[in-house]
Design a protein around this ligand. Structure first.
Ligand code: ADP
Ligand code: MG
Length: 455
């Protein structure tokens, strides 16, 4: 046995050595150093990777290269499989050191005033809805300019933490690297700077300013839509930075490919990088966020009330946060105790008509459970029984269809399945809806009920 162990470790070492000669050093150190060989037999080599995100990246970008290197070494048809480290992301050295606790002593010369210093990785609460986005953001903050992530585009709905992550990258870099030039702007500011450059007949300063960035962070690029000249400027800035290996990170309210009014050449630049989405947080994440925000604000929330708030305020973290602030403000202004009645009233007031009206993956699972009579637990569970798999696939399909959730985040929600399984599920349901009336009806009735709930 021992022999075999040293054997595969050695084999992997040699494969790695070969790869290190083939790949750019930063790609090699980001993606290959953290991989551990954990098992081997005549037909398979199993490699352990730090997290799901890592796995998807390796699988889609480096699988071919790894497999052919392994085959060459073995001189036989060994396939390569991956497994995710059991302690997941938190166990990963490169991604999750306690980066924010280090006391920054650097000059803050380049610190952009628009970075909110409270938006750090350590104050960002992780859940299935945002963990890819966070892992990607951290990876960029650790090694900016890493080609594979350039540009990194974080997209998702309002109040879900896009700006928080964008600034966390900036704050992390500033805390870590001396004289690292981080330039951060909203796309509106970028536009305004450009316009004021034109007004002063001095766009050179504008160009110079943005092009001196080592890392350029631009928030909410949807505001570039329809602004031809600004896009033109952005395109040139982008190209120049990109070509000199500088890191660009953008946020957007939807998948850039789905945006109207962006030039094709900009979109094709975006395609060369990585787009990661943030979905609305699930119930547990909402509770975690509420507990954290309550603590930060010195509010002692009874747990039942945390659950109450998390049940009703679903799609937006900003709203969770501001509800807490409002509770505090209300109680101190009116000198009233913070009790259940007050909390319920404020939640209802805040949500108005939207009280209970926003859809999440949880709602989808609940509705699918109603129409298929498969329990919610089974839908997100592991059983391979035919009718359970079917219900699960319908729910996954609706998650994609109604919420536009990413394959990976749906996969995590449905019992830690990988993105290819979810892709297969969605395709399968699409096909079946064409040929099986029953499936079509199930999907439609689940969908109708869900839309009724949002009225
Ligand atoms: P977006 O840019 O997506 O509209 P923001 O980044 O402005 O959203 O986030 C809204 C608020 O919610 C901010 O105060 C942010 O700190 C907070 N927030 C968002 N996501 C998280 C999270 N995962 N953990 C903690 N706070 C969060
Ligand atoms: Mg924002």
């Amino acid at each position: 046995m021992d022999n075999l162990t040293t054997n595969y470790e050695n084999i992997w070492k040699e494969v790695k050595k070969g790869l290190s000669l083939e790949l750019p050093p930063h790609a090699y150190s980001t993606w290959f150093e953290p991989i551990l060989p954990i098992a081997i037999n005549d037909t398979e080599l199993v490699l352990e990777v730090p997290n799901q995100f890592f796995f998807e990246w390796i699988e889609s970008h480096y699988h071919g290269i790894i497999e052919s290197a392994v085959k060459k070494k073995f001189q036989s048809d060994v396939s390569v499989k991956y497994t995710i480290a059991p302690n997941g992301i938190n166990g990963s050295k490169i991604y999750f050191e306690d980066i924010d606790s280090a006391k920054p002593q650097q000059k803050k010369r380049f610190k952009s005033p628009v970075l909110n210093e409270h938006y750090t990785f350590s104050t960002f609460i992780e859940g299935a809805n945002n963990q890819f986005a966070k892992a990607a953001a951290l990876s960029v903050a650790e090694s900016p300019g890493e080609q594979a992530f350039n540009p990194l585009i974080i997209y998702g709905g309002v109040g879900l933490g896009k700006t928080h992550l964008l600034h966390a990258i900036g704050n992390h870099l500033i805390a870590k690297k001396e004289n690292f030039n981080v330039i951060s702007a909203s796309s509106e500011k970028f536009t305004l700077d450009f316009i004021s450059g034109i007004q002063k007949s001095n766009t050179i300063n504008f160009s110079r300013f943005y092009r001196q960035a080592d890392v350029l962070l631009i928030d909410d690029i949807q505001f570039f839509q329809g602004k031809e000249q600004t896009q033109e400027q952005f395109f040139h800035t982008f190209n120049e930075l990109y070509q000199s290996g500088k890191q660009i990170v953008l946020t957007a309210d939807k998948y850039p490919g789905d945006m109207q009014g962006l030039q094709d050449r900009l979109l094709s630049r975006f395609h060369s990088g990585l787009a990661v989405d943030i979905q609305p947080p699930d119930f547990e994440t909402r509770v975690a966020i509420l507990l954290e925000k309550a603590e930060q604000n010195g509010l002692n929330l009874p747990y039942a009330m945390t659950e109450y708030m998390a049940t009703h305020i679903k799609n937006n973290i900003r709203e969770l946060e501001s509800t807490i602030i409002r509770i505090l403000a209300y109680s101190s202004l009116s000198n009233k105790e913070i009790d259940e009645k007050l909390i319920k009233r404020i939640v209802k007031e805040r949500l108005g008509k939207r009280f209970l009206a926003e859809i999440t993956l949880e709602d989808i699972v609940r509705r699918v459970s109603e129409v298929t009579t498969v329990s919610e637990k089974d839908i997100v569970g592991q059983s391979r029984k035919k009718e359970l798999v079917e219900a699960r696939q319908i729910a996954a399909y609706l998650g994609r269809e109604i919420l536009g959730a990413s394959l990976s985040s749906i996969g995590i929600y449905f019992g830690g399945r990988d993105h290819t399984t979810i892709l297969h599920a969605c395709k399968n349901i699409e096909e079946k809806m064409k040929s099986e009336r029953r499936i079509k009806q199930l999907v439609e009735s689940a969908k109708n009920e869900l839309s009724a709930a949002t009225l």
